[in-house]
Design a protein around this ligand. Structure first.
Ligand code: PA5
Length: 453
């Protein structure tokens, strides 16, 4: 298999909750939604509606260095800045929350493999500003201080005013200023803000005279921004091939436009999710990852779906699981609990490394000698097929989203597909997928309680 594929056949099985015909009947609405996303949203006048569909053409625009949209030379600038920072520091802190950090966590885990921070071939990466947790903050500040060496701060905040990252930024900057020693790179080279022009963070960048800063496009919201400079700059510091990532997203755009319903992963996924929620009362959307490195991508999708469609008392509730781990926790409920779940297996066809056999042992007390020649991918496949079989036997079939490999290009395709599918599903539901008014309410309340409002 050499393409990303989405196979919903399970839900159309005889015992399944939907019929294939329903997806076929939905095709005109899906095509209309595609048209709106591809053409109308982008054509909407600035300020006319809160539409942020610019995430769609952003990868292409960045690759082409689109001057009009402000991407002139941004790719080269990201690569140069990343390479400079890699030469200057051994540690980088990514400051951001929600859409400004989950995307990078997803890319880091999926594309850099586990134990990244232990490898020593790129700066170690830390996250801050995702909460205002006292002990976590203390641990990070102590760790960085004990190292007594310069560290980079990439601070990503579209509004430039979200309290959690703003506080973390203040504290990390304070530490950097306090421990800076002769011979260290200047602070204005170590702090790289990614924000909106004119924001509070942009003004801090002015004051610090930051040598480099990047801007988030006006019409790309936080959770749609992982392929913007907000995700690309830290990804490039991590050593990820960001051109391949962007090219993957462009390939998914091309497929969105060229393929018919039934062979269009983004449209099909959106259509099946919509039908499951509205016609079969499957209001919980489970994305079950079968690759440990995709757990953070599951969390990224969790936010994407929840914050985009969880409005007006609508929108499926996302749950990201990692198998086989979560078969030993959520598996029981998914098998026999409330019948309200659409389960999608997120599967990678081939591992990136040579399959490891179970191997021989000096004794057979574990009774695994029979499996000695079998490999871990074979065991994982048996677990997945066994789980699907068990769910099907209980009248609970699954769907499958399959990547040929966990390579950067396919991850680019996957991220773009999920963003497109979420927006298309929003169109079908009549929910504006952009903005997060509920979250804004908590931000306002928190500020008022602190006497900031
Ligand atoms: O997806 C979103 O837009 C949100 O999750 C934001 O990313 C989050 O609230 C952080 O906002 P900001 O980037 O403005 O600091």
């Amino acid at each position: 298999m050499s393409e990303l594929s989405y196979d919903p056949a399970g839900v159309f099985a005889a015992s399944g909750p939907l019929q294939r015909q329903q997806l076929e009947q939905l095709a005109p609405r899906l095509e209309q939604a595609r048209k709106e996303v591809v053409e109308l949203d982008l054509a909407a006048e600035e300020g006319q509606q809160t539409l942020d569909a610019h995430f769609l053409d952003m990868p292409q625009s960045i690759l082409e260095g689109n001057q009009e949209l402000g991407y002139d030379g941004v790719l080269a600038s990201i690569q140069q800045t990343a390479s400079r920072l890699k030469d200057q520091v051994n540690s980088v802190v990514l400051v951001g929350v929600g859409g400004s950090s989950l995307g990078l966590r997803a890319i880091m885990e999926a594309c850099c493999g586990p134990y990244f921070n232990e490898r020593g071939d790129s700066p170690r990466f830390y996250f801050a500003g995702e909460s205002v947790d006292n002990d976590a903050t203390r641990s990070l500040l102590d760790l960085l201080e004990a190292r007594a060496e310069p560290f980079g701060i990439i601070v990503v905040s579209k509004s430039g005013a979200t309290l959690e990252p703003a506080v973390a930024m203040r504290q990390l900057l304070g530490l950097l200023e306090r421990i800076a020693a002769p011979g260290w790179p200047p602070i204005n080279e170590l702090v790289i803000p990614v924000t909106t022009a004119g924001s509070r963070l942009d003004k801090i960048a002015d004051q610090l005279e930051c040598r480099q800063r990047f801007f988030l496009p006006d019409r790309v919201g936080g959770r749609f921004s992982l392929l913007s400079p907000g995700g690309l700059l830290p990804a490039a510091v991590l050593g990820v091939d960001i051109v391949a990532l962007l090219e993957g997203a462009v390939a998914m755009n091309e497929r969105l436009v060229a393929s018919a319903v039934g062979d269009n992963p983004a449209l099909d996924y959106a259509g099946v999710g919509f039908l499951a929620e509205t016609e079969a009362q499957l209001t919980v959307r489970v994305l079950a990852s079968w690759d440990s490195a995709l757990a953070a991508s599951g969390n990224w999708y969790d936010q994407l779906l929840a914050e985009s469609l969880g409005k007006d008392q609508r929108g499926a509730t996302p749950i990201a699981t990692l198998n086989t781990r979560d078969l030993h926790s959520r598996g029981q409920q998914h098998q026999q609990g409330r019948r309200d779940k659409l389960i999608t297996n997120l599967v990678v066809s081939e591992p990136l490394t040579e399959p490891i056999p179970v191997g021989p042992a000096g004794c057979n007390h574990d009774q695994l000698d029979e499996l000695a020649e079998r490999t871990l991918p074979e065991l994982l496949k048996a677990a997945r097929e066994g789980t699907d079989e068990a769910l099907l036997a209980d009248g609970y079939p699954t769907t499958t989203l399959q990547l040929p490999a966990r390579e950067v290009h396919w991850m680019g395709q996957f991220y773009q597909m999920m963003m497109i599918a979420t927006v298309v599903e929003g169109k079908l539901l009549g929910v504006n997928p952009y903005g997060q008014p509920g979250v804004e309410a908590y931000k306002r309340n928190m500020a008022r309680r602190l006497g900031l409002a």
